[in-house]
Design a protein around this ligand. Structure first.
Ligand SMILES: [Mg+2]
Length: 288
């Protein structure tokens, strides 16, 4: 069944004017407001209007290779002022769930030095190397977007997984876009490699499409779900996280998803709104 409402030829579940009722925009970054080191057209206008209309923006990302401080610096390079508290990543969601499940847990980590440092600062113990003795094993193998991955680290992770150690991951994205038409392997690709070698998949994946990032923000800031929208370029992560969390979603076609991908998605999993770019979100907020 196809939606009767369209905007610029794209199917929307509600009239786009309803976007004006959104108070909190949970913004994906890669493919939504920038591509690599290029800011996408309309982003600054959108952010200005959000501020002017007393709405709020939070940046949510599955990317677990960078610390939030690095995002603040990146946005600054692109001309956007932000603070660390404006960001919420799959790392924050993973850490929250780890802390709830086993505070101070021992972890073997496939992640960047920034990721390892963050977990150590949160009170977790990082295990380096392989120890066959059961009492020396980690409680969890944690897989993140490890841009410093080595074959040695993969072998150790696979050894622990074969020993039956619990396995969690930050996010399922297969690739990370770096510039137009180019992507590099992300955590999901590493997951497939580990699955081929051990037959194991993570029992918990914190990032989108898991709604836990969106739900944690709703709880933390006391947001009403009908006033919240996730804005993103990926149907299987950004939009599904919004669907799973029961908030609205805006799919922009500047990154991964194409209009055809949206058409091929079952009605229940489609975004609330489909727009060509962040510039269109701005146009709608500014329209009378
Ligand atoms: Mg994206």
């Amino acid at each position: 069944m196809y939606s009767q409402i369209t905007y610029n030829g794209h199917p929307c579940k509600e009239p786009v004017d309803n976007i004006k009722n959104i108070e909190y925009f949970l913004l994906d970054m890669d493919g939504t407001i920038y591509l690599g080191e290029t800011l996408l057209d309309g982003t600054l206008d959108f952010l200005d209007t959000v501020k002017k209309q007393n709405k709020k923006v939070m940046y949510i990302t599955n990317n677990s290779s960078k610390a939030t401080r690095q995002y603040v610096e990146k946005l600054k390079r692109l001309g956007i002022e932000s603070e660390e508290k404006d960001f919420f990543t799959s790392v924050n969601a993973l850490e929250y769930n780890l802390r709830k499940t086993k505070p101070g847990a021992r972890l073997f980590v496939l992640g960047t030095p920034a990721f390892e440092q963050y977990l150590e600062n949160c009170g977790f113990e990082l295990i380096k190397g392989y120890y066959p003795e059961p009492d020396k094993r980690p409680d969890f193998v944690i897989l993140a977007y490890d841009t410093t991955l080595t074959y040695d680290k993969l072998v150790i992770a696979c050894d622990y997984l074969t020993d039956g150690v619990e396995y969690w991951a930050t996010h399922p994205d297969m690739v990370c876009p770096i510039r137009e038409g180019r992507s590099v392997p992300d955590a999901g690709s590493f997951m497939e490699c580990i699955y081929a070698a051990t037959g194991r998949r993570p029992s918990f994946v914190a990032g989108k499409p898991n709604p836990c990032m969106v739900q944690l923000l709703i709880d933390k800031y006391g947001l009403s779900p009908e006033r919240v929208a996730v804005v993103g370029d990926r149907l299987n992560t950004d939009i599904m996280a919004a669907v799973n969390a029961g908030v609205k979603s805006i799919c922009v076609l500047t990154g991964e998803a194409s209009a055809e991908d949206v058409d091929n998605t079952p009605e229940s999993d489609r975004p609330t709104f489909v727009l060509d770019s962040i510039r269109d979100v701005w146009k709608i907020l500014e329209s009378r």
